[in-house]
Design a protein around this ligand. Sequence first.
Ligand SMILES: Cc1ncc(COP(=O)(O)O)c(C=O)c1O
Length: 432
Amino acid sequence: MGRIILHEAESFFYRNGRLHAEEIAIEELAGRFGTPLYVYSLAHVRAQYERLRITLAEAAPSIHYAVKANACGALIHALGVMGAGADVVSGGELFRARRAGIPAERIVYAGIGKTGEEIEYALGERIGAFTVESEPELERLSAFARRRGVAARVAIRVNPDVDPQTHVYTSTGKKESKFGLDLERARCAYERAAALPNIEIAGVHMHLGSPLADEKPYAEALDKVAPLCEWLRDRFPSCTTLDLGGGMGIPYRRRQKPFDLAAFAAAVLPRVRVIGLRLALEPGRYIVGNAGILVARVQYVKENAFRRFIITDAGMNDLIRPPLYGAWHEIVAVRETEAHFRADVVGPICESGDFFAQDREAPAVREGDLIAVMSAGAYGFSMASNYNSRGRAAEVVVDGTRVMLARRRETWDDLVRAEDEAPSQYGRVKAM
Ligand SMILES: Cc1ncc(COP(=O)(O)O)c(C=O)c1O
């Protein structure tokens, strides 16, 4: 093992001055698959899942991997083999989870805007539970389940009004947020659910936000929802699960301490024991965040009177977290160097928001060098777009000495595949 860069990201390290993912040199992967390139370490994904499972073993929680963090089929499949379920928020994510082999009964489906088509699909798959976010959704679900002659198992998402101390865009458990129902309304919604046909009350759900730095918001939220949970437990024998959602943080900076899972367990487990429901979790970032890096090639180094810019072939269409959330990602040279200079690390897109780092000490790279944007495994590729008509990057999975191309690079043909008219037909708009 060489020198690692971040706590709890042991799979990425320098050996003989070359950045590696497990046993594979990043230079080798970039040469073979091109750049920009997402590289994932399967060992890291497995280790994080195991860390969670073992630390919380006393409660034997059901762990539903949040597919939104990274929908790469190879990673979902590996987690499924280890016993994970999936948390999905769209018909598309459900499709991916099923395709990757997650058993339907281990799937929970959240989201405030489920369409009739998506509900039909999920009922047909016989998923484990719907996380219901509003009264009208409950009514719609009941009507669809009745028509099909099946029971829909539901957990109502409660909004405990707890400040998760994170970015406002990813803060979801405060009263002004669009998610879930406040505790009073939730109680009424459960009463309604009990009266509706083809609905079975399965549990209680919440998700506070992401990433969370420590266990305190979870403890505060549990104290707030405990009376509701106990009321439900005593009234509805089918209500067995308390889903705490995801949100556990990861280190993004050098020397940043990892999320203290032992402290999380110490805060959560005794409370859940008193409540008397089975614990469920929906971690995304914690499992895959530090399992991935984005590798890019430096195209140019440009200077003006004020700044130096490292211009790479990856852009905000590949990784949007820095401009969207002001997120920090460590950026390292794939060939280790002691030399640094102050620079912005930017992409080729026609937006000033197209940056990975601004005005910071960056490795003194030159045209043709490779860099790696660290901690890009969560909300990286899954938020990627084709903006500026750029094909999305390839994704490779490393497992020890083995490498798998999980998703090939998109071509220019891929960009127009869904446009069914040939250019010669553009002028001939047909009547409906
Ligand atoms: C309902 C729900 N569960 C789980 C997650 C996963 O969060 P994280 O990746 O921070 O664990 C999210 C993230 O938005 C979510 O909305």
